[in-house]
Design a binder for this molecule. Structure first.
Ligand code: FRU
Length: 450
């Protein structure tokens, strides 16, 4: 799988579709795979929703989104035919069988400067009785851009404007999204080949967000803050939807293009992140795993104030399918944090480095070598700046066999990465260098999904 698609709540269940190539553990002609869930944690496989079987989508049903209208579930997706990318509609009365309705935003609907070969990933939403769709695009001089369309019926669309355009060229805005939280509009887009900027944009492609204000009448977006969504290795193409209780939930693809795909010989590649609830605070985007995950906690272990000098393990704290929460008081340490997936000289590090002010995620000694695109400096170390308050940083980590999702300082920063360690490497070791640190309020739970 790659991108999550068509996220929605419909027919009494959460709907999760995804970019799917059924015939090999490698990207190929895209289908939409489908799962449903009652709680966003435990998912049930459904029949593949759409396949590239029409002249206009014969080379792939690329990414898109979903919306409920008149008790039906509509999918707006990119139909690929040769070099042409256009947007098509499919509809379902029961959430299982989908009927294709054909192209609805076609080549003729492109503004003059937009590429017809890079026009994809429509995200549909409704506001005050009008439907809107954001579509990823590239202009003829090579800048990435997002196009806004409007419709009264999901079938007839008119071009409104261009809320976002990148400054550099040789870029492409994929998977746009927009929503309002705490009075701010948040624009998401996954930008191909975005240039590295210090510790930001270190992967070959980067999911970015902007907070500000979107004027739906002319499609102009007035940005305030722009940043990357996640600072780890494996996070791309996030999409959001609204849960029935109003929560804005985001799911991303937990992989990256052009990497060593370690699991391919096992017949699969790609996974989704945990569904994450989004918040806006002080104009910035915050993420937390949806609270439903907490109902799967087992075997709780809790400790207060553990001094760390050198390395230290804690009774009952180990595992590879678990949640680990703690506050790190840096004390006098120069570096301190935690080693995950440890065993026989194998370890994955997540720690704060006082001199640089960065939290560093280091998988260079995880037990498997991963390389990436030649545009990446490496695929082994990522960092992110965190705000240290009272010398403290909070960590909330989810380990799931071959992944780490780290929520730092209440979700102000996240780092997501795949870790392929040998099965015996289930150790968790706290460490400090250059002084003593303290692990406060340590909690660990196994996550057991029956
Ligand atoms: C993003 C992406 C989308 C496209 C899909 C194809 O990862 O490249 O732009 O629709 O994947 O599978």
């Amino acid at each position: 799988m790659n991108d999550p698609n068509g996220l929605a709540y419909a027919f009494g269940k959460y709907q999760f579709f995804y970019q799917f190539h059924p015939y090999a553990a490698a990207w190929g002609p895209m289908h939409w795979g489908h799962y449903t869930s009652k709680d966003m944690i435990k998912w049930e496989l459904a029949p593949t929703a759409i396949a590239p079987d029409e002249a206009y989508d014969r080379d792939g049903c690329f990414s898109g989104s979903a919306i409920v209208k008149d008790k039906k579930l509509y999918l707006l997706y990119t139909a690929v035919s040769g070099a042409l990318q256009q947007q098509a509609l499919a509809v379902s009365k029961d959430g299982m069988a989908f009927e294709k309705k054909g192209l609805v935003i076609a080549k003729a609907d492109l503004p003059a400067d937009a590429s017809e070969t890079n026009f994809r990933d429509p995200k549909v939403f409704e506001k005050n009785g009008t439907y809107y769709a954001l579509v990823g695009s590239k202009n003829k001089s090579g800048a990435g851009q997002i196009l806004l369309y409007a419709s009264n019926d999901l079938e007839n669309w008119r071009f409104v404007g261009c809320p976002y355009r990148t400054e550099g060229d040789e870029l492409m805005c994929e998977c746009p999204d927009c929503f309002t939280l705490s009075g701010k509009d948040v624009l998401l887009t996954s930008i191909q080949f975005l240039h590295r900027d210090g510790w930001r944009n270190e992967n070959v492609h980067t999911a970015r967000y902007l907070t500000g204000e979107l004027d739906l009448s002319d499609g102009k977006f007035y940005p305030e803050i722009e940043d990357e969504v996640d600072s780890g290795f494996d996070f791309y193409a996030p999409q959001t939807f609204v849960a029935p209780d109003g929560r804005r939930v985001m799911i991303a693809w937990m992989q990256m293009w052009d990497r060593t795909y370690v699991t391919a010989p096992e017949g699969w590649v790609g996974a989704a992140t945990l569904p994450r609830e989004l918040f806006v605070k002080n104009g910035r985007l915050y993420q937390q795993p949806v609270r439903e995950i907490e109902t799967y906690r087992k075997n709780p272990v809790a400790f207060e104030d553990i001094p760390i000098l050198g390395e230290r393990t804690v009774e009952g704290v180990k595992g590879t399918k678990c949640e680990l929460c703690f506050t790190l008081d840096m004390g006098t340490a120069a570096r301190a944090g935690v080693k995950l997936f440890c065993g026989h000289n194998i370890e994955t590090l997540l720690f704060y480095d006082r001199a640089s002010g960065l939290v560093i995620f280091d998988r260079s000694n995880m037990g498997t070598l991963i390389s990436g695109s030649s545009r990446e400096r490496d695929a082994l170390i990522r960092s992110t700046a965190v705000r240290v308050r009272d010398n403290k940083i909070s960590f909330r980590l989810f380990l799931d066999v071959s992944s780490v999702e780290a929520f730092l300082n209440g979700g102000e920063r996240t780092m997501t990465g795949l870790v392929y360690a040998p099965r015996y490497a289930d150790g968790i070791v706290f460490f400090s260098e250059g002084g003593t640190a303290t692990v406060e309020h340590l909690e660990k739970y196994d996550i057991v999904i029956p």
